[in-house]
Design a protein around this ligand. Structure first.
Ligand SMILES: [Zn+2]
Length: 96
C-alpha cells in the first residue's frame, strides 16, 4: 500500500485520518483574446516568430516551461487543510 503523508506537517495520512485533502494548483499564462490592429498586420510575422524561437532556444527549458505553465499537487491532513484555507495565497507570514 502506498503510504501518504501530509505535505505540510508530515503526518501520515489514511492511517491516522479518515479524510485527506488534495490541493491542486495550476499557474498558467492567461491568454486574452487577441485583437488585431492595422499595425499588427503590417508586421513581419515570419521574422517575429523566428526571433521568438531564437529567444526560447537560449532560455533554460525549465524557466521557459515555468513562464507558461506549472502545476502542483499537495495532500493535506484536515488540520493543515483548515490552516491552508485561511490564507491560500500566503498573504500573512506563517505563525500569525
Ligand atoms: Zn498536516
Amino acid at each position: 500500500m502506498m503510504k501518504l503523508a501530509c505535505d505540510l506537517c508530515g503526518k501520515t495520512l489514511l492511517l491516522d485520518e479518515d479524510v485527506r485533502y488534495v490541493v491542486n494548483i495550476e499557474v498558467f499564462a492567461a491568454a486574452d483574446p487577441m485583437e488585431l490592429t492595422a499595425e499588427d498586420l503590417k508586421k513581419d510575422l515570419r521574422r517575429e516568430l523566428r526571433e521568438l524561437v531564437e529567444r526560447m532556444k537560449k532560455m533554460d527549458p525549465e524557466k521557459a516551461q515555468d513562464s507558461v505553465y506549472r502545476s502542483f499537487r499537495f495532500e493535506l491532513c484536515p488540520a493543515c487543510q483548515r490552516e491552508y484555507l485561511k490564507d491560500p495565497l500566503r498573504r500573512q507570514p506563517p505563525g500569525l
